[in-house]
Design a protein around this ligand. Structure first.
Ligand code: NAP
Length: 281
């Protein structure tokens, strides 16, 4: 039976440290502040934005929400970002994705000042990450590294397999694992004989987004399994990529869904907001 990597416990541990850090900053009249922009009425985005605001509140980070109508034009959003880029009181800016179709997402994300880019989507920050020189690190992959550190797992020299190559999860995950001296293989839809690759891995990070994708025969005895997937099963319940009950019997450690990687993403957003404020000062 695998040891369960408890994302909520690791989140609470990290947030408690950050809360103290914010108190210390406040005592020096430094106030980290996160601006969250939401365009339109996507219910899932609304939940994410509310959760981000709540996390800020819990640890004393100031937060501002900018809710724009669905028919907002790219130029209007850019004007808001310019204003926030130039606002001395703002530490971090994030634009909740997805954006409505008429908005040029790439242009918008590139407009956020790299120093305030707490989601770490700006090409400057992506470049710094590739150079192994990043200050702000992408939230979900950095949350995974933080979890592995908490569990005392040493990545160095390990055979790490990342399934998925998205800009948000797979690619930055591979970079961060490499930064820790893991030997990294990145798999995708065109990968041949995926099972042969994953079954030899010490560490598997699955970021595919398909329920029941990662089956027990794809996992080697004693592997560490990080399940990034956030899917709905046939009953509408939240589930990951792994067939949890099967995989858990073979793995040495595993993240559950929910309660695994999910809670760490917002935690790292808080971390980046504090860092961004520190850089500013
Ligand atoms: P994405 O952009 O859809 O990427 C999925 C990746 O999986 C792609 O690279 C795709 O390969 C690969 N893939 C799909 N089918 C495959 C197959 N049969 N074999 C091998 N590779 C396959 O998704 P994402 O944004 O990275 O997110 C992935 C999952 O993580 C989703 O469930 C998402 O909701 C979840 N997520 C969770 C968090 C969190 O905080 N917990 C954060 C972000 C994302 P190709 O490149 O070849 O198409």
């Amino acid at each position: 039976m695998a040891l369960i990597i408890d994302g909520k416990k690791i989140r609470d541990h990290n947030l408690a440290i950050m809360k103290k850090e914010v108190e210390e900053l406040n005592s020096k009249n430094i106030y980290p502040c996160l601006c969250v922009i939401i365009v339109g009425n996507d219910p899932a985005s609304r939940v994410y934005v509310n959760n981000k605001k709540k996390a800020c509140e819990n640890i004393g980070i100031l937060s501002r929400e900018y809710a724009l109508p669905t028919d907002t034009e790219t130029s209007e959003l850019l004007a808001l970002i310019d204003k926030l880029n130039n606002d001395e009181e703002v530490s971090g800016i994030l634009c909740q994705l997805p954006l409505p179709v008429q908005i040029e997402e790439k242009t918008v994300l590139e407009r956020i000042s790299p120093e305030k880019d707490v989601d770490c989507f700006h090409p400057y920050n992506v470049g710094k990450l590739v150079q192994g020189d990043a200050v702000l690190k992408p939230c979900t992959p950095n949350g995974i590294i933080t979890m592995l550190d908490y569990m005392g797992y040493n990545i160095e020299g390990k055979n790490c397999v990342v399934i998925g190559r998205s800009n948000i999860v797979g690619k930055p995950m591979a970079q961060l694992l490499m930064e820790r001296n893991g030997t990294v293989t990145v798999c995708h839809k065109k990968t041949i004989d995926l099972k042969n690759i994953t079954s030899r891995a010490d560490l598997i990070v699955s970021s595919v987004g398909k329920p029941k994708f990662l089956t027990a025969d794809m996992v080697g005895e004693g592997a560490v399994v990080i399940d990034v997937g956030m899917n709905r099963d046939e009953n509408g319940n939240l589930c990951g990529d792994a067939v949890y009950d099967e995989v858990e019997k073979k793995a040495s450690m595993i993240t559950p869904v929910p309660g695994g990687v999910g809670p760490m993403t917002i935690t790292m957003l808080m971390k980046n907001t504090i860092l961004a404020e520190k850089i500013k000062n």
